[in-house]
Design a protein. Structure first.
Lengths: 213, 209
C-alpha cells in the first residue's frame, strides 16, 4: 500500500515537472500581452502575441511573429494622432504622428542577428532596417503606418532574423517589440518616436547556442 | 611717440577691435544655423510632401514633376552617392530588378515587394543583399502562413551616381526616382530614403483602397 502511494506520488511528480518544463519552453519563445485598460498607450492593442519560431537550419534564420488587433478606441486615438492638433497626451501635440512598431534585437554580448525581411498586412507603410551602431548588423526592424487601420482586423509584423551566432557564452539576448507614435523625419536616426509605450509589449529571449532562438 | 601718433595708434586699435568683434558676431549666427534645432523633431518638408500628395493622377503627376526638377539639379551639380527611392512602373521579377540595377551600376540597399492574400495586400521588405534563394524562401513562407500570392517587386532604396539617376528616370520600367531624402536636399548628416509611391499608384491605377 505504501509502495503504491509512492509510485503514485512519483508519477505525479514526473507529470508536474513535465508540465513545468513544457511551460518554460513555451515561455522562452512566446510572450503575449494583455492589458485591462489603455494606460500603456491609447494606440497600443490591449492584447497581442510575440513569438519566435524554431530555427531554420537550411536558411540559417528564424522568424519573429507579432500578431494583434486594434479596437475602436485604438483606431480613434491613432486617427487623432494622424490628424495632428491636440493629440492624446502631451508629447505629440501639433504634429501629425503615425503608428510605429519597433522590433529590436538586444543582445547580451556581441550583436550577431541581422534583420533581413519584414512582412506585414498593414496598408501604406514605410519599412526600415536600422543599424544604429554601424556594426554591419541591423538590430532594428521598424514599421510606420500611413494608411487607415481597420477595427478588429488581424494585423501582423513578421521579421526574419538572419542568425550569425556561433555559440559563444554571451550570444544570448532578446527581441523586444514596442508600439509608439512617431513623427520623426524618416531620414533622421536622431529623432524618433514622439511618444512610445511605457512598457515593452513583448520580450522574447533567445539562448547562447547557434541554431537556438 | 607724439600725441598725434598715439591717437592714430589708438584709433587703429579701435578699428581693428571693431572689425574682429564684427566678424565674430557675423559668423556666429551661421554656426548656430547649421546646428539642427528641435524643429527637426516635428513635421518635416519630406513627410509633409508625401502626405500632401493629392490621391489622384494629377496629384501624383505634380509630385513627380517636382521630384524630377530636383533630379535635374543633382545632375547639373554632378552629385555622387545619391540616396534614392526607385518606384517601379509595374511590379518586376527578381531577375528584372537585378537587370535594371546592374544596367546602371546602382547599389541596392532595400527592396520592397507586393503580395496578395485574399482581399488584403501584403508589403514585404528585403534588406540587401537579396538573394534568389531568400526570395524563394519568403514566397514559400507567405504562401504557407497567409495563403498569399507573391505579385512582384514594386520599389527599392538605392545609392546611385548622378549619371545613373538621369538614366534610371528615362527607363520605362521606372515610374520615379525620388532623391528628396538625400542629405543634399534635407541638410541632415545622414542620407535617408523617401517613401515610395507604390501604394498611391495602386490606389490611382487600380482603385485599390
Amino acid at each position: 500500500m505504501v509502495l503504491k502511494h509512492s509510485r503514485l506520488a512519483l508519477l505525479g511528480l514526473v507529470l508536474a515537472v513535465g508540465v513545468a518544463l513544457a511551460t518554460t519552453v513555451m515561455a522562452a519563445t512566446v510572450d503575449s500581452w494583455s492589458y485591462s485598460d489603455y494606460s500603456h498607450g491609447s494606440y497600443v492593442p490591449k492584447e497581442g502575441t510575440g513569438q519566435l519560431t524554431d530555427f531554420d537550419d537550411g536558411n540559417n534564420s528564424f522568424w519573429l511573429y507579432v500578431d494583434f488587433r486594434f479596437d475602436s478606441y485604438n483606431v480613434n486615438a491613432i486617427e487623432d494622432y494622424n490628424n495632428g492638433g491636440d493629440n492624446p497626451g502631451t508629447s505629440c501635440d501639433n504634429v501629425n504622428a503615425y503608428l510605429t512598431i519597433d522590433c529590436a534585437n538586444v543582445p547580451d554580448g556581441a550583436e550577431t542577428l541581422d534583420a533581413g525581411v519584414i512582412a506585414t498586412h498593414f496598408g501604406d507603410c514605410k519599412v526600415d532596417f536600422e543599424d544604429d551602431n554601424g556594426d554591419g548588423y541591423c538590430e532594428e526592424a521598424e514599421l510606420v503606418v500611413f494608411e487607415s487601420i481597420y477595427v478588429d482586423a488581424p494585423y501582423d509584423m513578421d521579421v526574419l532574423w538572419i542568425d550569425y551566432r556561433t555559440g559563444q557564452p554571451d550570444d544570448s539576448g532578446q527581441i523586444q517589440v514596442q508600439f509608439a507614435m512617431s513623427n520623426k523625419p524618416w531620414w533622421s536616426g536622431d529623432y524618433n518616436n514622439c511618444v512610445q509605450s511605457d512598457v515593452i509589449q513583448s520580450t522574447l529571449r533567445y539562448g547562447d547556442y547557434y541554431g537556438q532562438p | 611717440m607724439t600725441n598725434r601718433q598715439k591717437l592714430t595708434a589708438a584709433f587703429g586699435f579701435f578699428v581693428l577691435l571693431v572689425v574682429v568683434v564684427g566678424y565674430a558676431s557675423a559668423t556666429q549666427p551661421q554656426a548656430q544655423a547649421s546646428t539642427p534645432s528641435c524643429d527637426s523633431c516635428g513635421e518635416t518638408a519630406l513627410i509633409k510632401a508625401y502626405m500632401s500628395i493629392e490621391r489622384s493622377s494629377k496629384g501624383i503627376a505634380e509630385y513627380k514633376e517636382r521630384i524630377q526638377e530636383m533630379n535635374s539639379e543633382l545632375i547639373a551639380q554632378q552629385v555622387d552617392n545619391v540616396a534614392a527611392t526607385v518606384t517601379f512602373d509595374q511590379p518586376l521579377t527578381y531577375e528584372g530588378v537585378q537587370e535594371l540595377l546592374q544596367t546602371y551600376g546602382v547599389r541596392l540597399e532595400q527592396l520592397q515587394a507586393r503580395a496578395v492574400s485574399g482581399d488584403r495586400r501584403m508589403t514585404i521588405a528585403f534588406n540587401a543583399p537579396v538573394t534568389e534563394e531568400m526570395v524563394a524562401m519568403i514566397r514559400q513562407h507567405i504562401s504557407e502562413r497567409y495563403e498569399a500570392t507573391f505579385v512582384g517587386f514594386t520599389d527599392s532604396y538605392v545609392v546611385a551616381n548622378y549619371e545613373a539617376i538621369g538614366e534610371l528616370q528615362k527607363d520605362t520600367r521606372v515610374f520615379l526616382v525620388d532623391a528628396s531624402g538625400d542629405s543634399y536636399f534635407t541638410g541632415e548628416n545622414d542620407d535617408q530614403h523617401a517613401h515610395a509611391l507604390t501604394w498611391l499608384l495602386e490606389y490611382v491605377r487600380e482603385g485599390a483602397k
